[in-house]
Design a binder for this molecule. Structure first.
Ligand SMILES: [Zn+2]
Length: 564
């Protein structure tokens, strides 16, 4: 007779990692709180009590004692430009310039080291974030750089000096390019302000450093891990950008899960758009849990910080100096026509892609929703998660319209934090109260994702834009600006809703709600142990919360004060 030894019983397979003694906010449908989790082969195998998790500890199990701290799902920043950050850092470290004098000093330093005639591009600045609350004038740039073409980059607007106008051949007779405008004085001479004409200046930019791109991208991702981010949506890449991610993935160097959004590069006709989409060697949704092909993106208008968002009402006289606007009827503009937006959305929909649009102003949102509705009339888009990006000025009627189309919103509390103090006097309180409109969207049943639009610099709190996710959550919850004002307190949302918008909703946006975004058995083992009690700490402390341990697929990728 054979004795049945304990080892012959079905053994409990030990976990690779367990977290014990935590306050685990699972962010599941019921927002359940647990005490412990266990991860094996990259996925959660237990969400329960510490006693249950201890039973899964074997000789090689990594044990993380959360010591009563809050544990949340790995954070998802669903709108970053990590590729752009990496490219720019590979050229030189980002400088946060805060006054016109600092811009001038930076220009003098750069031009002193550059041969005469060489173009100099500033780090990105926004007039809302400069102490003077305006861009420098052409004369101020000429003063700093009489002999070098200089471009001050404000994203959807550029201010250039006289040497740059001359070198680019922009004079009184130059007509504005499609989708942009060359701003002129009363005599018809270019003032140096160019709205939405980045393309005119691209060819003067120095070439990138492809060999430095991958290490720089890996470094940006490492910094994301340090603040608790385990997934990103890269929000406007070309094929080369996608390939950079694919290379990191192939080499096992990808430290965040990524969904890559591709920018539509077509003439806006149905035929041209179809040809562009068919030329892509990728299909929507291709990939795996590390790297996935995301939606197609267009840029419908500019930005509210640069006065190029397309608004229903004129910007108004109070906005004149912030944006360099002289025309009282000026309301910004679409960068591509409403017809083209419709062609692109209908074509993308027909060919099976999720579609999204950068669109900031309320009139721009009207045009994009019209295009979404036209696409919906061809084939329903209601489960396709088409997305408005920014859409900062919702009304109840717009929110209802978006909800009826199943349209999601991708939005950035940190912009409110950084810019609302400057936007308030320029645009007026009635327009600023619903800015972001998180409660408005929520009330209408629109799925919202909160993210940062990180585009330059690597400091979590001082980059442009700050990618500290706890700052984003703090602003959504408190609606406090950097200057301490609360504009439109009725748009504040709960801590639970805010966290959902950086986890579960973001996973949903990339059609991965069954894989990640919450701590549930069977989902990917991504989590963060926090330095403070997210649900109960005083509101002001939320933005000071730090990641203590970040886990990606069961591996510790960051430990505060640790070896990583
Ligand atoms: Zn962006």
């Amino acid at each position: 007779m054979l004795a049945i030894t304990p080892s012959a019983r079905p053994a409990t397979v030990p976990a690779d990692l367990v977290v014990l003694n935590g306050r685990v906010l699972t962010v599941d449908a019921a927002f359940r709180v647990a005490e412990a989790v266990a991860i094996r082969d990259g996925v959660f195998v237990l969400v329960g009590t510490s006693a249950q998790a201890r039973a899964l500890v074997g000789p090689r199990t990594r044990v993380v004692d959360a010591a009563g701290q809050t544990v949340i799902p790995g954070l998802i920043d669903s709108h970053v430009h990590a590729l752009g950050v990496a490219e720019s850092e590979a050229r030189g470290a980002f400088r946060d310039l805060r006054t016109i004098a600092e811009i001038q000093a930076w220009i003098r330093e750069k031009t002193a080291a550059a041969p005469e005639g060489q173009w100099v591009f500033s780090p990105r600045v926004f007039p809302t974030r400069l102490a003077e609350r305006r861009l420098p004038t052409r004369a101020e740039l000429d003063d700093a750089a009489p002999r070098h073409p200089v471009v001050v980059d404000a994203a959807y607007a550029f201010m250039v000096n006289t040497a740059a106008l001359q070198a680019a051949g922009i004079g009184p007779d130059t007509s504005s390019p499609r989708g942009g405008s060359i701003v002129r004085d009363a005599q018809g001479r270019p003032t140096g302000l160019l709205r939405n004409v980045g393309g005119l200046l691209d060819r003067y930019q120095a070439a990138g450093h492809p060999d430095r791109l991958l290490p720089a991208l890996e470094d940006v991702h490492r910094r994301y891990n340090q603040v608790g981010i385990t997934s990103v949506i890269e929000r406007a890449a070309d094929l080369a950008g996608y390939r950079a991610y694919a290379q990191l993935h192939e080499q096992g160097r990808q430290r965040v899960r990524a969904t890559v959004t591709l920018r539509v590069d077509s003439d806006g006709t149905v035929e041209g758009t179809e040809a562009f989409i068919r030329s892509l060697p990728l299909r929507f949704g291709d990939g795996d849990d590390r790297l996935r092909v995301g939606p197609l993106k267009i840029f419908a208008d500019g930005g509210i910080l640069a006065g190029t968002a397309f608004m229903r009402e004129p910007y108004g006289p109070a906005a004149a100096s912030l944006y360099g606007v002289a025309d009282p009827s000026y309301r910004g503009f679409l960068t591509i026509s409403a017809d083209k937006i419709r062609n692109i959305m209908r074509t993308g929909n027909r060919l099976g892609w999720q579609m999204c649009a950068h669109v900031t102003g309320d009139a721009g949102v009207d045009a994009v929703l019209d295009a979404f509705a036209a696409a919906d009339a061809d084939h329903s888009i209601r489960d396709r998660r088409f997305t408005l990006i920014h859409a900062y000025f919702p009304t109840p009627e717009v929110a209802r319209r978006a909800a009826a189309l199943g349209v999601a919103v991708d939005t950035q509390p940190a912009w409110y934090y950084k810019d609302a103090d400057a936007l308030l006097p320029a645009l007026g309180e009635p327009r600023l109260r619903p800015f972001l409109g998180l409660a408005e969207w929520l009330r209408a049943g629109v799925k919202v994702v909160l993210n940062t639009d990180h585009m330059f610099g690597v400091d979590p709190d001082h980059s442009l834009n700050p990618y500290n996710p706890f700052l984003t959550l703090y602003v959504a919850i408190t609606r406090r600006t950097q200057g301490g004002q609360v504009i439109g307190p009725e748009q504040a949302i709960s801590r639970e809703d805010a966290l959902r918008m950086m986890t579960a909703n973001a996973a949903w946006l990339s059609f991965e709600e069954n894989r990640k975004g919450s701590i549930e058995v069977g989902k990917l083992g991504d989590l963060v142990v926090l330095s403070d009690d997210y649900l109960a700490c005083p509101p002001e402390r939320i933005k000071e919360i730090r990641a203590l341990v970040t886990v990606l697929g069961g591996n510790v990728v960051y430990e505060a004060g640790g070896r990583r």
